[in-house]
Write a protein that binds this ligand. Structure first.
Ligand code: ACO
Length: 513
């Protein structure tokens, strides 16, 4: 708890705060007039600026730890010859960081990244040397460029490299990256130094977790119990209810694959669940509820399609390393080896966010009055006649409670409406020009085709609440994925089937978009 004296010091000295030894201003934020207090921290909003303070002892500790453990960047001449710091430095850094309260970590990472990063003065001098060297011979130019390249190495990167070599060090860095992602996503800090730290960590982790260094493992009922337990815990798409559930998901006509890494033994990094079917599934209940006897022998003639029905990354710190994409491509090759005739590969994917997006649209209708962006005149009348209420009001209420599925007439009346709205949500709604829906964006980045929208594909409460029960197949036409991915990433063009395009056209006609 901070003493009243500390609070008084802060308030009455806010103006010349930086000169005061008694408190340390950590970060400036834009914010409203209010006072927040976290353990060891005081957030003061001063002239629309939020100043975050911590008691000096904590800050002193951080500075001592950083000064003692973050070695200076070796000179260019000694870059390959300088002895590594003692392992104790890495262990002390890891231990100190883990001892920090979550609310203290932004400050620590801010200090690490801003005070122990790149020596900007030297960079400027060496950049001038590179410019001067342009008139000289090529070896002089290359030498000057190499010196500059080396000088752009943040000082803390030397420590991070050494940490990666101690036991558990890579896992520590993956978790550190997760903290940095969270700090940036939650806007706890908008420091450019922390963004730079994020980029440095992403480069390091992308190298260490490149597909050549990952091991593909098929999970079966004979796999270690701990691994099966982790698979169940990490399942982020269709929650595993019990051991019987997970036994079915690794049983006949099912495959479960994970990527693992030698530096994080026993830790599945990303998990892919596959159903082997006669044709591409349009319903998830037939996969997670339907199953063969556990001792059934697989009939190869019944395996014509591989349906990816769940893919989950387990390490938030590896976000952006694209493990899911690598795993799907690797599993396709694995299945082609096991079933040479197999040529249909598709996901059966959830559509998180559609229902909420639609409810937002209905709210707009309520405020701006029906501009018929949603219902045709006939649909409007049908819904009012079936429900006995005002169409948009009733739709909003019934969709937010999932009650609409209990009326067969309403389900029939809403099918064309919801199917075309959902097709538009997936194909037309964008975020920075890419698909708004993150799952769509993931598969489209991988080069999949938005292939089929499925009505009543997930009738669980979860499926109804997320996307009014609809699911979508992203089809992997192997010969097209590379070109599709390149086009999507470069021109943001979505590869879609005729079914999807026709539904989008129907939406555009109905909404006069
Ligand atoms: C069969 C299926 O389609 S299941 C549905 C997909 N799985 C899920 O939604 C579970 C939660 N999500 C995850 O586990 C991961 O985000 C994955 C597996 C989808 C992707 O992880 P990675 O392969 O590591 O990819 P990466 O982190 O680089 O993200 C790639 C894209 O995935 C999408 N994505 C990222 N985070 C999420 C998330 N939490 N949920 C869904 N999609 C996400 C984004 O579109 C992202 O693109 P962006 O980085 O340009 O925003």
């Amino acid at each position: 708890m901070l003493s009243l004296g500390f609070v008084r010091t802060v308030f009455y000295n806010a103006r010349n705060l930086r000169k005061r030894a008694s408190v340390t201003c950590i970060n400036n934020f834009r914010g409203w007039e209010c006072l927040q207090q976290a353990p060891n921290y005081l957030y003061v909003y001063f002239r629309k600026q939020r100043l975050c303070f911590s008691s000096t002892s904590c800050v002193k500790n951080m500075e001592e730890i950083l000064t003692r453990n973050v070695d200076s960047l070796p000179t260019y001449e000694m870059r390959d010859k300088s002895p590594p710091p003692p392992e104790s430095s890495s262990l002390e850094f890891i231990q100190f960081y883990r001892s920090l309260d979550k609310s203290q970590r932004p400050e620590f990472l801010f200090k690490l990244s801003s005070d122990f990063g790149v020596d900007h003065k030297s960079v400027a001098e060496l950049a001038a040397n590179v410019m001067d060297s342009q008139k000289r011979d090529i070896s002089t130019v290359l030498q000057a460029e190499d010196r500059l390249r080396y000088c752009l190495t943040p000082r803390y990167k030397v420590l991070l490299n050494h940490i990666s070599r101690v036991e558990g060090g890579v896992k520590f860095l993956v978790d550190l990256k997760a903290d940095v992602i969270e700090i940036l996503a939650s806007k706890t800090s908008d420091s450019p130094h922390i963004r730079d730290l994020n980029g440095t960590l992403k480069c390091m982790l992308s190298e260490w977790f490149s597909v050549g260094l990952l091991s593909l493992e098929r999970v079966t009922w004979k796999s270690p119990c701990e691994l099966l337990q982790k698979i169940s815990q990490y399942e982020a798409v269709h929650p595993v209810r019990n051991w019987t559930d997970i036994k079915r998901r690794v049983g006949p006509y099912r495959r479960c694959y994970v990527f693992t890494h030698g530096a994080m033994p026993g830790e599945p990094l990303v998990v892919l669940h596959v159903a082997l079917k006669e044709e591409i599934s349009d319903n998830i209940q037939t996969i997670v509820r339907g199953f063969s006897p556990l001792d059934a022998v697989e009939d190869i003639n019944k395996v014509n399609a591989a349906v990816f029905y769940s893919i989950s990354s387990t390490q938030p710190g590896l976000q952006g390393v694209e493990l899911g994409n690598y795993l799907i491509k690797r599993v396709v090759r694995e299945l082609q080896g096991e079933f040479p005739h197999l040529n249909q590969f598709s996901s059966l994917s959830p559509i998180p966010g559609f229902t909420n997006w639609l409810l937002g649209l209905l709210n707009e209708q309520r405020k701006e009055g029906p501009s018929n962006r949603i219902l045709s005149d006939m649909e409007f009348r049908d819904i009012e006649e079936i429900t006995g209420g005002r169409a948009y009001e009733t739709m909003r209420k019934l969709l937010s409670t999932n009650e609409w599925v209990s009326s067969g007439r309403l389900v029939k009346a809403l099918e064309p409406v919801l199917m075309r709205l959902c097709a538009w949500y997936l194909y037309g709604e964008k975020h920075r020009g890419y698909a708004l829906n993150p799952v769509a964006n993931f598969h489209l980045q991988n080069g999949a085709t938005m292939w089929r929208l499925n009505w009543q594909a997930d009738t669980s409460p979860r499926g109804l609440s997320a996307s009014c029960g609809m699911m979508v197949n992203y089809r992997y036409f192997l010969q097209d994925t590379s070109a599709n991915s390149g086009r999507y990433l470069k021109t943001k063009e979505i590869e879609a089937s005729d079914q999807i395009r026709n539904l989008v056209l129907q939406f555009q006609k109905a909404s006069k978009l």
